[in-house]
Ligand binder design. Structure first.
Ligand code: NOJ
Length: 662
């Protein structure tokens, strides 16, 4: 390969299209001659932006005519579906269901070809401890263990072979991006090496072990080193400690951003390219006209700033992934891929029902009686738009998204006014416009008008069920007081209306559990359950860790989620078996309906050299029981030898049982 051809493999450009009468793509648009010329001359390793099947195949045909005939990759953010959208990642994380996450990945891989895409910039594995940070919507919450399970399941689903080809997943944003100070997107993050390894790296380690083909370093700097040019993170940790053998793609414009107008550690394009490539970056995702690799990398090599062997390593990583994706043998997408969109809608409905989290149900107002007359209130009752959530460009396979449509399809009697109804359902929360990239808010209070809607509904004397649309934790303190029942429904996707109605009517049971703490006040952020033990433990006493004006605990903790029945725990104990520790408990359904309990295992390691978290999730099991039924449940946690205290509970702070591992 010539130097220019090597550099070309490390360049990703926008899949720029323009309307063209000769277009072979259904959209009527065609890749521009400029892009095609660059592909033909070997200057392009990948495109960004799903461009349709016709354009995808045109790009590959053009790549074949280049001197070396190396196929290109086409990447895009397909984070919670493509044409069919299941709930946003924060929503689907609340299902605590690895098989559901795997199937979500399969859905993305099945639908992506329809849009001319073979690489998705997902799963996002940032740990989110601060509700002010708007990108919580894209990740799996605050727990490293759970996010690791999510990572592995999604990667397996996305990368499973389909007809000789494999889609590429991308673990992002490596690493600590969610720890931006003050919850401000793009801001710096600082943490100890211990916190990095204990909290932020485990989901990436799980994704790498599952075989993820690519990793995207974050925009931010960690402990002073911009991630894009951070040799410790990209080489020592990612490749050395975690054993990553794929390639790193920069975030958009992030290579350029280490330059004078950004982090300020590089002088110009040559310097930025050299610093990033030497640190371990493979490919540059460009923005507008800010190109460093195409403009500066060859020069950096000629000037001896980047060793040819280093460049070869970076190129080899990219070629190896293209080979593992099957692109050399099968560069083209089938013009008519067989995709079962009906089955995907059924999946979206199931996923929506499994993602909602019931957090209050006073007087068992839910499930709705079959004969109940329901009045709808609130600004999201008729909204299809608010079912979408961030990154929904291809939301097309939509059947029945609004709550009203879902209830109507469930044949519920809909009343015009609360006065004529037996129950009022208020659809409130946070507009999807308020979350996603660069949507940080200092104040995550609940919307005052929405609260007024709920209070007004309450004045009718009818029980009020609040459905909370959101993409991040918001302060629900007053809402939880005002409403009789509260269900977090997130942004529920293509069949959100059906899935939500399934749970409201009891056709499906509520099984979702929170994966983030919901604070009582914005000032409690950051807030997370796995905080370190302290010398003066938390509590309301004079010398305890607390605020004087707000209780220490979150309003709704990680792990919380109600069923339509109740469970009791008994006879819990733990046994060591070789290197494994098994936890046992007898769980009984002591309510009146069939229900599923998520038995959660938290451990606290004691008498260690350094301080350990007060609690860490180390396993969970789901058990479905008929009323009166009881069953012995085993939860296995792979724990190293040590001295542990444990908690087995449906909710990390409430009932359940506690003991010691001997
Ligand atoms: C910027 C975002 O940070 C990243 O998550 C995304 O993959 C890229 N843009 C490409 O859209």
């Amino acid at each position: 390969m010539t130097l220019e051809e090597k550099v070309g493999q490390l360049v990703q450009v926008a899949s720029a299209t323009e309307k063209n009468a000769a277009a072979t793509d259904a959209s009527g648009a065609r890749l521009t001659d400029a892009v095609l010329a660059r592909i033909r001359s070997g200057e392009v390793g990948a495109l960004i932006g799903a461009c349709g099947i016709g354009n995808y195949n045109l790009a590959q045909r053009t790549a074949k005519t280049s001197r070396l005939g190396i196929p290109v990759m086409v990447g895009h953010d397909l984070i919670h579906g493509v044409l069919t959208q299941f709930p946003t990642p924060i929503g689907i994380s609340c299902a605590w269901d690895t098989n559901l996450w795997y199937r979500a990945g399969r859905l993305i891989a099945a639908e992506a070809p329809l849009k001319g895409c073979d690489w998705t910039f997902t799963p996002m594995l940032d740990i989110a401890r601060d509700a002010r940070w708007g990108r919580i919507v894209e990740c799996a919450g605050q727990d490293p263990y759970l996010a690791g399970l999510y990572a592995a399941a999604m990667v397996r689903g996305i990368q499973e072979p389909v007809g000789g080809r494999r889609m590429a997943a991308c673990l992002k944003h490596y690493v600590g991006y969610g720890a931006a100070v003050g919850g401000r997107d793009y801001d710096e993050a600082e943490m100890s090496v211990e916190t990095l390894h204990r909290i932020y790296l485990p989901p990436f380690a799980a994704g790498v072990s599952a075989g993820a083909f690519t990793v995207m370093p974050g925009f931010h700097s960690l402990n002073g080193g911009p991630c894009s040019a951070n040799r410790y993170l990209l080489t020592d940790v990612l490749r050395g400690e975690l054993g990553f053998t794929g390639f790193c793609i920069s975030d958009m414009g992030a290579v350029w951003e280490i330059g004078p107008k950004g982090h300020g550690i590089a002088r110009d394009a040559v310097d930025a390219a050299a610093k990033c490539v030497n640190a371990g970056m493979n490919m540059e995702m460009t923005r507008r006209s800010e190109f460093c690799f195409s403009e500066g990398l060859a020069q950096a090599v000629r000037a001896g700033r980047v060793d040819m062997r280093t460049l070869d390593d970076r190129v080899r990583d990219v070629l190896r992934i293209k080979e593992r994706m099957g692109l050399f043998e099968h560069p083209f997408i089938d013009e008519k891929p067989a995709v079962d969109l009906e089955a995907h809608l059924a999946f979206a409905r199931e996923a929506a029902a499994k993602s909602v989290v019931l957090v209050k149900n006073a007087g068992d107002v839910l499930p709705l009686a079959k004969t109940a007359k329901v009045a709808l209130a609130g600004r999201f009752a008729d909204s299809a738009h608010e079912m979408r959530g961030a990154w929904s460009a291809y939301f097309e396979n939509v059947r029945n998204p609004s709550v009203r449509a879902g209830l109507a399809a469930a044949e519920m009697a809909l009343a015009e006014t609360p006065a004529e109804a037996d129950v009022v359902i208020a659809c409130v929360g946070e507009s999807q416009k308020r979350n996603g990239e660069n949507r940080s808010y200092a104040d995550v209070s609940f919307d005052a008008n929405d609260l007024a809607v709920v209070r007004e509904a309450k004045r009718s004397g009818k029980p009020v069920v609040a459905l909370v649309f959101c993409g991040r934790p918001i302060v629900l303190t007053e809402l939880v007081e005002a409403a009789d029942a509260v269900m977090i429904v997130w942004n529920a996707g293509s069949c959100g209306g059906w899935g939500i109605a399934d749970v409201l009517t009891g056709r499906a049971e509520p099984t979702g559990r929170l994966t983030v703490d919901f604070p009582r006040a914005s000032g409690q952020c950051p807030i997370f359950y796995n905080r370190m033990a302290t010398g003066r433990p938390y509590g309301s006493g004079r010398f305890c860790v607390h605020y004087e004006d707000v209780p220490f605990e979150p309003l709704l903790p990680f792990g919380r989620g109600l069923a339509y029945t109740a469970f009791a725990y008994a006879d819990a104990h733990a046994e060591r078996q070789g290197g494994r520790v098994l936890f046992f408990a007898e769980i009984a359904n002591v309510g009146k309906r069939r229900g599923t309990e998520t038995v959660q295992l938290y451990v606290h390691e004691r008498f260690t050299e350094t301080v350990r978290p007060v609690r860490e999730l180390r396993g969970f099991e789901k058990v479905t029981l008929e009323p009166g039924e009881r069953r012995r449940v085993t939860v296995e946690a792979a724990l190293p030898v040590g001295d542990y205290e444990y908690f087995l509970a449906s909710d990390s702070r409430a009932d359940g049982v506690r003991g010691e591992v001997k």
